[in-house]
Each structure stands twice: as structure tokens, then as C-alpha cells.
Design a protein around this ligand. Structure first.
Ligand code: PEP
Ligand code: MG
Length: 846
């Protein structure tokens, strides 16, 4: 072996398998590095060359050896063997040991591992591939320590010197090239560029802004973090430097395998916009009262907790690599212990799906690729937090580039894990941010999962500066009976932590300096509301029949099994909308058909076989992200791939869900409903899929309905009614699409009012069309829970109201106090009003 070559002997006997055939994308897509795999027939892992053990994974299934030339060889026994936590592995060396080629490193029990893990395939990966210019792999069967598994040509300067000595060296560079790739040189273009560069003997670098990366190393190229429209050039030295520069210039200009035809140069000069007060803004005459949108009713008197996303800052460099490495190892161990405790607590509370998330996080902490990369950076003089963050971010970048929903879904988990370790390294104690009793959360915005995860024992309300009454955070707040305001003046973000405030979710106000007298009045109002709610609750199980004998079906909007149980307690006559996407908000991977069927069956059982359960198929997109279903960013997400469009474009997902729903048939009166139907072909295609799956499963009698959320569907209602068994009007979306105002828009959200006469007229058209085919119309948008809107909806001919769970008893009580005749007269009147404000004014007078 010369100095520029490194021969690695097979560390185990067995059959050689090319890395891209390993059934694990992390290895197959070479995210960890270049290498090869062996399906072993022996049970001893031997050193493939002389060197030093620089890492033994705590689970003893993976080990890294550094050769004398500084090449890092990671050997990973089996797939998913980290989960065995060392069971079946006997380490024979420790970190820091110097080993000879052929020396046993780890003994493993092949039978035991084969039974418990996915595969025994053992990967041999070079993790610092930037030091290797060429790989040569063997194939077929190998015998441990006898056969050469791979030969590495090392990229030492000696290569160039040889060429120089022969007088053959040329050095040349390209012109500056503007990167056309919309997301810059991320993993895939980096891999394409490196592959092209490896075709040449010359040493090739990519230069950006005085920084250089080895163009043959994917990791180095990604590390340069070149973005759209940034200027780069190729610098090559060697006998084929000219050809290399020319070929790589063309490759970069062509987009390195990506479609760059639509990429645009970013504006260079950001425009500064001065904030002005809108002519439509409602201004408070009292400086102590901040106005907002009434997002969820009720009064909350409590103390401000500003929910900020903490800035984690740290130095990039550190002087003591050993100390940094120990700090990182300690932090990982502590995090694992914390996660274990959390997992056990959630399991004990019966919160199995969240417990599983934290189990998955523990596995991520044991990922050797991240740990290796972090340690490499520490060795190069970087601090532990910097190295950890970089290593995770690199992995995230690679995962984002992988064309697999499942893998990309792990990004959210990795981000969580990254923050957990950073906080531990920086000594940021999450306990210190434990919420006090009677907390009112103040934040710019809350995602649906933020809202769902609020600690209900402490949080009594929330206020956001963004969003509106129909944003999903508001919907969740209503289902949780949590008073909430949205779209509040941003000055609320400057309120002191702990300040006492009064949130009135009915009036849409936040009083930041309430007098004792005002507080007393509000406490009385709170008391009255409680009494009325209690009275309604006592009659919750009685039917909702108007005084002139018309039965209105009052059902619930739910998001999980717990809601279904609560709904029954509140007198729901069934479920008018199961927002199925809410079941999976925290899930990193798509649940399989069996898992989905189990949840639907549990929900159906909670209701009983005599009650309707309308399951809406996944309604993702717009402002509703699903971690396991990452969507490419869109210019207009609310007008993009949303609702049923996703199901139609990815029929395998829709099919799995439909089958799972159908399998719960019989446990309740099951109906399937499609979201965001805008055209008849969409309905027909989705319905056909249901019919096929129903026939396949031998299920019959499942009604298929649609949400009416898009004006086109309301206008052509008559045609849709010929195909659909029922309609349910989604007033939240119907309003945003009728008014062309994003329901969660920070500045417009407050005007998205379902009582706008334009929306009410669309509902009337929907009912008229449905009546022609004898189909029924329900409402499951927020208007069904709005006590002002309920009589109008009944008057328009709506016969089913699907409400947030807490609103059910009061909606039922209101129905009992109405007569259809009065409601019809009222509906006639409001349809003639010019705007939402006049409608509300008219209804409030009643
Ligand atoms: C609606 O749009 O009114 C509706 C009920 O659907 P979602 O709020 O879940 O979009
Ligand atoms: Mg909707």
C-alpha cells in the first residue's frame, strides 16, 4: 500500500452488497458517506486496517476507526440495531484503543440480532470522504481479513505534485456563474456536481465569496451553502483542468439535474414598508382596551405569559475539543434520560401516540451519522453547540432533499431533538419556563399543534396578534372551551410577563389595566354565563326541536377519540365533522391502514352504532401542515394543492384512508365526506375510489358527501346534489373564498365573517340545489356554533348543525327557543343586508 492508497480488508465474511441496494435510505442515498455493505456470515467484526478507535456507539452496534492516514471508517452492524441497546453485541475494544488490522472489535450474536432487527447487513462507510479521490470496491463473497473490500485513493497533494513534476499541471478557473437552482446547491445538485467532478483527474474546487469547497465532496459542497443567484466559480488544477472547468460550467448552468427554467433572481433591494393604520381598522377609544377578533368565546382573567421562541446563541469556536466532546456526550445522555422519563409519563397517562414520538426522539439522539459529524467539527475547533447544530442541520438539509414523504417527515423530530440538546448545552432550563396557574398566553401566532399542546391545567386563554376567528388555532380554542382573541394589536407583545389582563372572547377585547370594579363586573358576567351553560347542559340530551316541531340535528366537530367522548357528554347526536388530519398532527410518519382503522373504530365505538359519524378525508394544505406529508412550498397555498386535491393527486394516501374508514363501518353510522370539492370531476373521481374500495371490502350503505367550501360548488349545487348524498357547508373556507380573504391573514382575518350576506346567499343557493334532489344540508363551519348565526342558518333550510363540542348544549337550547317560521323571516331579512356589520347589528337587536 502506498501513502496515497488505503486498502480496507473485509471486516466480516459474507456477500458484498452495493450501498445503494441497502434497504435504508440513510445509507442507500449515501447521506452518511460513500461505502459498501456486507451481508455477514461471520459473527466477529474485525479491524479493516490499522488505526485508532475514535468512536464506539453507546449501543455497541457501530464503531469508527481512524486509519493512520486520517480516514474515518464507520462500521455499522445491521439495520435499526440501535434499538437493541447493546443486546447481542460484545465490544472488545474501547474508544482511544490502537488496533492492528484483523483485530476483533465487536462480537455479535447473529441469530439474536436477525430476530430482533430489520437486517444484519453491515455497512462500511467512509465518513470523511472529502479526503478520498477515488473508491474501488470489490464484489461477490468476501472472507474477513483475507479479502480486500475496498481500495481508496487518497486526495493528497502528492497527486498534483506528480503531475507538476511531469510539467503537465494546468490551473484554470471559470467565469463567475450565477446559481440558477431555486434552493441553491443542496444535497441533490451537490451530488450531481461531485459526480461530474470525479470524472476528471484534476483537483477541482468550487469558490464562493473567497471560500472553497472540494468539488468532488458532496459534504463539502453542501457545507458551502450556496444559494440561488449567488456567484460561484470553478478552479481546477491538473492535466485535464480545462476540460473540467468547461464541463462543470455547463453542468452548473444547466441546473445540475434540477429544473431551473422557472427560477427567478431574488430582488436585490428589499423594499421597506412603513406600517400605517388601515382605514378599516377599528380603533379603541380606551388605550387600556386592545381590540381583537373574538376567536373563541368566554371570559378569562389571568396573567400574561409571552410565548417567545427562545434565541439560542453560542460561540462558533472553542479551544478545548475534549471538553466540548464530553459536554456533547453528557448532553445526549441527559436528553435520553429526560426523554425516557417523559415517554414513561405520557404512557402512564394513556397518551400513547405522543409517547411514541419521544421514543423516536431517543433513537434520533443515537444516530451515528449526526454524532460523527458533530465530533468531526469539534475536532476542527468548533464549539459543541455549533457542531451539534451544524451536524443536525446538514442531516435535515439532506433529508429535505430526499424525495420521500416518510423521511422528510423526520425533519420536525430532528429539529426538536436539536433544540433539546442545544438547551442542555447552553444551560437553558425548560423548567424555568413552566407556566403559572391562570396563564393567558400571548404570542404572534400559534400553530394548531402548539394550541393542542397547551397545558390546560394552567392556560385559561390566549391572545395572538395574527390570525382570525376561522384560523385553526381559533377552532381548536373553541373545541377546548378556551377563550381566545386573534388579530390583536402587536403592542400586546410588549406587555410585561405576569401582568394581570382580562380577555373577553365574546366582545373581542383585552383589558390590560382593568379596575377592580371592571373585574368584578366581568366575574359576574362569567358567573351568569356559567349558569346559562349549566342550564343548557342539564337539557343537553334532549332533542333540538323548534317550537313549531322541526327537528334540527345537532352534532359535533371533533378531532380525536377524547372529543368524541366529550361530545356525547355534551348531548351531541353524532359527529358532523371528524377533522381526520387533527388525529395525526404530531405524527412523524403516515399511520398505516390498520392503525387508521383502529382510531376510526375507537371513535365510532365511543359514539355507538346508532349515531352518525362523518369522517372528512385528510384536509391538509393551506394553513394545515401535516408533518408526515410535507408539501412543496406554493405561491398561493390556499389556492393550491389543498384538501381533496392532495387525495386525488396522491391516490394511495386517499385509498389507505378510505379503506380504514370503511373498516369502521357498522360501529357507527359511517359517512365519508370530501373537503374542498370545487368541481364535479373531483367529486366523481373521489366517489369512484370509495365505491371501488367499498366493493373490495364488501361494505355497502356508506353515504358519501361533500364539504361546500368553494363558491363554485355552492353555485352549481344542483349538479353536485345529483352525485353527493349530503352537503356540509364549511363556512370558514366558504367565507375566505367568497371574500378572497385568507382566513388567517394577519390584517384581513378579522373581516372574514360568515355572516356576510354574500356567504349567506351562497348557503341559500346550496340548499336550493340540494332540495331539488332531496338531499340534506348541514353546516360544520364556525357559523354553526355562533349563536347569532344559528337562527339564520335554520331559516335558510339547514337541517344539521355540527358545532364545537362546548357549544352543543347552548345551540340545542337555542333551537328549542326558535320557530322555523320566525327563522325563515329572519333569513329573508338578512339576505337583503349590504354587509356583515349590518347583519350582526340586525341580529343583535333581536
Ligand atoms: C370550514 O372550512 O368551515 C371547515 C369546517 O373546515 P376547516 O375549518 O377544517 O377548514
Ligand atoms: Mg375547510
Amino acid at each position: 500500500m502506498s501513502e496515497q492508497r488505503l486498502e480496507l480488508k473485509a471486516p466480516v465474511s459474507g456477500v458484498v452488497i452495493p450501498l445503494d441496494q441497502v434497504p435504508d435510505p440513510v445509507f442507500a442515498q449515501k447521506m452518511v458517506g460513500e461505502g459498501i455493505s456486507i451481508d455477514p456470515t461471520s459473527e466477529h467484526l474485525l479491524a479493516p486496517c490499522k488505526g485508532k478507535i475514535i468512536q464506539m456507539h453507546p449501543s455497541q452496534h457501530a464503531i469508527t476507526l481512524e486509519s493512520e492516514q486520517g480516514i474515518e471508517v464507520l462500521m455499522h452492524i445491521g439495520l435499526d440495531t440501535v434499538m437493541l441497546k447493546g443486546d447481542g453485541f460484545t465490544p472488545l475494544v474501547a474508544e482511544g484503543d490502537l488496533v492492528e488490522q484483523g483485530q476483533p472489535l465487536i462480537d455479535f450474536d447473529a441469530d439474536k440480532i436477525a430476530l430482533a432487527a430489520r437486517s444484519l447487513m453491515t455497512e462500511i462507510i467512509i465518513t470523511n470522504g472529502d479526503q478520498v479521490s477515488r473508491y474501488q470496491f470489490t464484489s461477490g463473497n468476501v472472507v474477513a481479513n483475507r479479502d480486500t473490500l475496498m481500495t481508496l485513493e487518497l486526495g493528497t497533494p502528492a497527486n498534483t505534485d506528480d503531475i507538476e513534476q511531469q510539467g503537465l499541471t494546468k490551473e484554470c478557473s471559470s467565469e463567475w456563474i450565477s446559481i440558477p437552482n431555486p434552493t441553491g446547491i443542496h444535497a441533490r445538485p451537490a451530488a450531481a456536481l461531485a459526480a461530474e467532478a470525479k470524472m476528471f483527474q484534476s483537483r477541482i474546487k468550487l469558490e464562493r465569496d473567497g471560500q472553497f469547497a472540494d468539488a468532488k465532496s458532496v459534504v463539502a459542497l453542501m457545507g458551502l451553502n450556496v444559494k440561488l443567484a449567488e456567484q460561484v466559480r470553478i478552479v481546477a488544477k491538473g492535466r485535464d483542468a480545462d476540460e473540467a472547468v468547461d464541463a462543470l460550467t455547463v453542468a452548473i448552468c444547466d441546473g445540475l439535474g434540477e429544473d431551473v427554467s422557472t427560477a427567478v433572481e431574488p430582488a436585490t433591494q428589499p423594499i421597506e414598508i412603513e406600517e400605517e393604520v388601515s382605514l378599516l381598522a377599528k380603533v379603541s377609544s380606551d388605550p387600556n382596551i386592545l381590540l381583537g377578533i373574538a376567536a373563541s368565546p368566554g371570559i378569562a382573567i389571568g396573567n400574561v405569559h409571552q410565548l417567545e421562541h427562545q434565541q439560542l446563541s453560542y460561540e462558533e469556536l472553542a479551544s478545548d475539543a475534549n471538553a466540548e466532546r464530553n459536554a456533547l456526550t453528557d448532553a445526549i445522555e441527559r436528553a435520553k434520560a429526560d426523554l425516557k422519563t417523559l415517554q414513561a409519563k405520557l404512557q402512564a397517562d394513556g397518551n400513547v401516540s405522543n409517547a411514541e414520538i419521544f421514543a423516536a426522539h431517543q433513537e434520533l439522539l443515537e444516530d451515528p451519522a449526526i454524532f460523527q459529524q458533530a465530533k468531526k467539527l469539534i475536532k476542527e475547533g468548533k464549539s459543541a453547540p455549533y457542531s451539534w447544530n451544524q451536524a443536525v442541520q446538514e442531516q435535515i438539509k439532506v433529508l429535505r432533499a430526499v424525495d420521500s414523504d416518510v423521511i422528510a417527515g423526520r425533519v420536525a423530530d430532528l429539529e426538536d431533538v436539536c433544540t433539546r440538546i442545544l438547551k442542555l448545552l447552553l444551560g437553558i432550563d425548560d423548567e424555568a419556563t413552566t407556566l403559572a396557574e391562570q396563564t393567558i398566553i400571548v404570542a404572534e401566532d400559534l400553530t394548531p399543534s402548539d394550541t393542542a399542546n397547551l397545558d390546560r391545567s394552567k392556560v385559561i386563554g390566549f391572545v395572538t396578534t395574527l390570525g382570525g376567528a376561522t384560523s385553526h388555532a381559533a377552532i381548536l380554542a373553541r373545541s377546548m372551551n378556551l377563550p381566545a382573541l386573534a388579530g390583536v394589536d402587536p403592542q400586546v407583545l410588549a406587555l410585561q410577563q405576569g401582568l394581570q389582563v382580562v380577555l373577553d372572547g365574546d366582545a373581542g377585547t383585552l383589558n390590560i389595566a382593568a379596575t377592580d370594579e371592571q373585574i368584578e363586573q366581568l366575574r359576574q358576567k362569567q358567573q351568569q354565563q356559567r349558569e346559562l351553560a349549566e342550564q343548557a347542559q342539564q337539557k343537553a340530551h334532549q332533542p333540538a326541536v323548534t317550537s313549531d316541531g322541526v327537528a334540527i340535528e345537532v352534532v359535533a366537530n371533533i378531532g380525536n377519540v377524547k372529543d368524541a367522548i366529550e361530545a356525547c357528554k355534551h348531548g351531541a347526536e353524532g359527529v358532523g365533522l371528524l377533522r381526520s388530519e387533527f388525529l395525526y398532527l404530531d405524527q412523524a410518519t403516515e399511520p398505516n391502514e390498520d392503525q387508521q382503522a383502529q382510531v376510526y373504530t375507537e371513535i365510532a365505538d365511543a359514539l355507538g352504532s346508532d349515531k352518525p359519524l362523518i369522517v372528512r378525508t385528510l384536509d391538509v394544505g393551506g394553513d394545515k401542515p401535516l408533518p408526515y406529508l410535507p408539501m412543496p412550498s406554493e405561491e398561493n397555498p390556499f389556492l393550491g394543492e389543498r384538501g381533496i386535491r392532495i387525495g386525488l393527486n396522491r391516490p394511495s394516501i386517499l385509498k389507505r384512508q378510505v379503506r380504514a374508514i370503511l373498516r369502521a363501518h357498522g360501529h357507527a353510522k359511517l359517512k365519508i365526506m370530501f373537503p374542498m370539492i370545487a368541481t364535479l370531476p373531483e367529486l366523481k373521481a373521489a366517489k369512484q375510489l370509495v365505491q371501488q374500495e367499498a366493493a373490495d371490502l364488501g361494505v355497502s350503505g356508506v353515504e358519501v358527501g361533500i364539504m361546500v367550501e368553494v363558491p363554485s360548488t355552492a353555485v352549481l349545487s344542483e349538479h353536485f346534489a345529483a352525485e353527493a348524498d349530503f352537503f356540509s357547508v364549511g363556512t370558514n373556507d366558504l367565507t375566505q373564498y367568497a371574500l378572497a380573504m385568507d382566513r388567517g391573514h394577519p390584517k384581513l382575518g378579522w373581516q372574514v365573517d360568515a355572516l356576510d350576506p354574500a356567504v349567506l346567499r351562497l348557503i341559500k343557493m346550496t340548499v336550493d340545489g340540494a332540495n331539488k334532489h332531496g338531499k340534506w344540508v348541514g353546516v360544520c363551519g364556525g357559523a354553526a356554533s355562533d349563536l347569532l348565526a344559528v337562527p339564520v342558518l335554520i331559516g335558510l333550510g339547514v337541517t344539521e348543525l355540527s358545532c364545537s363540542v362546548p357549544a352543543i348544549p347552548e345551540v340545542k337550547e337555542l333551537v328549542r327557543n326558535c320557530s322555523l317560521a320566525q327563522c325563515q323571516a329572519l333569513a329573508e331579512q338578512v339576505l337583503q343586508q349590504p354587509d356583515a356589520e349590518s347583519v350582526r347589528a340586525l341580529l343583535q337587536k333581536l
